[in-house]
Design a protein. Sequence first.
Length: 231
Amino acid sequence: MKNITFLTFICFAWIIGCSENKNNKAVDNKIKGFFRNFDSLKLPYSLITDGSNHNTFNALMDINHQLDSALVSRFELNYLMRELDSMGEPTVEKTPYQFYSIGSVFKTAQYSALLYGRNTSSNEDACVFLATYGKDGKKIDEIVFHRPLLALPPTEIRRISEINTDTTFVITTVTEEHRFVNERNNYMELVEQKAHDKIYKIEPSGRILLKDERNRQISAEQLKTDTKDTK
């Protein structure tokens, strides 16, 4: 009788072990399948938006690279970037976003760093995110890497987001300020052009840290040079 009980226990444990292995394998396949959507991008990699290339986002949001809605939920795309309501809870998203794979920029033993896009069918609210994921498929960190220019003063005239080969990246926003110069307030002159740089680094853990932030004056001539250098 004891032998039968022992054999029953062994069989039961074997069945549970097989079931767990099968589930783990299925989870691993889903994670690998998600990462396979992101081809490696050549570094340094940059995105530039100014008055002459408003179609930047449309080109990135290619229907062939649209991610399945099941992946969006499973891998928490846009999750960390949701706006909070007055109670500190994520607001309900009223706009149906579509998500697109853009590419993989870093792969280490601890994390994978991916770029993905978010947009609506009417191209109203496009953004590009840089997110890091652990090998278990869980998101580690995320920031807005690139977005359209804002029209609010000071007026944004260019945005440059560039990823370097050493896991650092710089997001630069160039703004300009004007002032009225006659009594009728119908003529404005340029007061200054300023570049605001944010320098980030992806830590070995996958966390994205802001390492430095600075403002610098920029001339029209420098603006032309910066454009040539980043193309």
